[in-house]
Design a protein around this ligand. Structure first.
Ligand code: ATP
Ligand code: HSE
Length: 295
């Protein structure tokens, strides 16, 4: 049996829609695999009641098929589905690492990115790889048609997850089809600032570069209390705040000393609009880890 832990991830970071992603220290999915004649899946943990165990409908089933690696797969969810924290990607990335090792497929982590993205195509209609790339490689990732660029980074963040659900499929439905040249120029500048900030481990530059006037404003309408939570986080010291992935999670970048206060300000702000939430005080961290090959 092989066990892999794959982390939650936050995609987009505002200015990098469908391009940027980061791996988070917590939460994470744990996936265990054993060789079997046919793929079977069991799911336990956070939100497992909403996750299909049919291999044709679960992201790990798509990965097992792509690697031609049938297995008995057990998923222990730490990342709640439809969260904006890359729940479907965490399972897919963990399964890709585990099944690649179980069947000695010899694929590199980079080569596993499009394979894990097959799972994303299954659940959201498009094989965007901006969650699976950081889940596999760790740190900060830039995904384009030409491939993936990765840098290790260690930036403190607060990921606040309200007790509401927004599916990636629905959130992709509100993405505008076009943008003005002014907005495109601003977005390029912000994205470049953010990328430099990641490579320097500079939360001020990262926060400044998270601003996006194209996709994020449409998606914030799907999240009750978003403006209030964003203001509260900025007042408590966050250097930047945006929607995490497709939402409803909200990501605040910060300095370590402000993290606790920001987490509590965000939870209080959601509470003020009648929404329960949970804040993870974490940081940009490493990718999927192969834990054990015992028994
Ligand atoms: N192994 C899995 N883990 C989580 N969700 C899964 C899995 N397999 C299939 N799904 C389905 O995928 C959907 C959740 O994926 P979705 O992309 O909407 O959320 P997310 O991964 O948390 O968000 P985001 O990609 O914005 O970070 C749910 O409908 C869920 O049933
Ligand atoms: N880039 C994707 C991430 C969510 O899976 C989106 O924002 O729709």
């Amino acid at each position: 049996m092989l066990t892999v832990r794959a982390p939650a991830t936050s995609a987009n970071l505002g200015s990098g829609f469908d391009v940027f992603g980061v791996a988070l220290g917590t939460p994470a999915d744990i996936v265990r695999v054993e060789r079997a004649p046919e793929t079977t899946i069991t799911v336990t943990g956070a939100g497992s009641e909403y996750i299909p165990e049919d291999p044709e409908k679960n992201t790990v089933g798509a990965v097992a098929k792509a690697l031609n690696a049938p297995a008995r797969i057990r998923i222990d969810k730490g990342v709640r589905p439809s969260s904006g924290l890359g729940s479907s990607a965490a399972s897919a990335a963990a399964a890709a690492v585990a099944l690649n090792a179980l069947y000695d497929r010899g694929r590199s982590r980079e080569e596993l990115v499009p394979i894990a993205a097959e799972g994303e195509a299954l659940v959201s209609g498009e094989a965007h790889a901006d969650n699976v790339a950081p889940a596999l490689l760790g740190g900060f990732t830039v995904v384009t048609d030409e491939g993936v660029t990765q840098v290790d980074a260690s930036i403190p963040v607060v990921a606040c997850l309200p007790d509401i659900s927004v599916s990636t499929r629905d959130a992709r439905g509100v993405v505008p089809e076009s943008a003005t040249m002014d907005d495109i120029v601003d977005t390029v500048g912000n994205a470049a600032t953010l990328a430099v900030g990641m490579s320097r481990n500079d939360p001020d530059l990262v926060g400044r570069g998270m601003v996006d006037a194209v996709v994020t404003p449409e998606r914030t309408k799907l999240i009750d209390g978003y403006d209030r939570v964003r203001e509260a986080a900025l007042e408590a010291g966050a250097t930047g705040v945006t929607v995490s992935g497709a939402g409803p999670g909200i990501l605040a970048v910060c300095r370590r000393q402000d993290q606790r206060e920001i987490a509590s300000a965000m939870v209080d702000a959601f509470d003020a609009v009648g929404v329960e939430s949970r804040a993870y005080q974490t940081a940009v961290s490493e990718g999927a880890m192969l834990y054990s090959d015992g028994s």
